[in-house]
Ligand binder design. Structure first.
Ligand code: THU
Length: 138
């Protein structure tokens, strides 16, 4: 699975976004260590706080299917009805969920637009000095 293909899967997943309040549609494609891809989109709610971001939808689908090891996630976001022109970095809550399951030294976050994967980061770059489960084991 190359980066560009993962980016295109995020763009495809974005088409299912349910975002009637923000009108901002996000898609994500999460690659497991054994090569499987789980996609997700944002799912909003009239009560607002139950909203799930696209990235967390993908993670929770994967984890609920038994997956625990991940290599990369591609994310694409932008106004509903338009092709995403600008990279959409994951929110802080989603970065924290990534930190629960992913190695910050190697897990890649790929930001895709209509032009392909435009930016790539390691989790450690987007969540430096994050709170991790190892802290609870000290
Ligand atoms: N959103 C995501 O899906 N992922 C992010 O990382 C940032 C924000 C969604 C949540 C909400 O449905 C909409 O984008 C506007 O914030």
């Amino acid at each position: 699975m190359d980066r560009e293909r993962l980016g295109r899967l995020a763009l495809e997943a974005r088409k299912n976004a349910y975002a009637p309040y923000s009108h901002f549609a996000v898609g994500a494609a999460l690659l497991t260590k054994n090569g499987k891809v789980y996609t997700g989109c944002n799912i909003e709610n009239a009560a607002f706080s139950p909203t799930s971001c696209g990235e967390r939808t993908a993670f929770f689908k994967a984890v609920s299917e038994g997956e625990r090891e991940f290599l990369a996630i591609a994310v694409a976001g932008g106004r509903t009805g338009e092709n995403p022109e600008n990279p959409c970095p994951p929110c802080g809550v989603c970065r924290q969920v990534m930190a629960e399951f992913c190695d910050p030294e190697t897990f890649e976050i790929l930001l895709a637009t209509e032009n392909g994967v435009e930016e790539a980061y390691l989790l450690k770059e987007l969540l430096p000095r994050g709170f991790r489960k190892s802290r609870l084991e000290e």
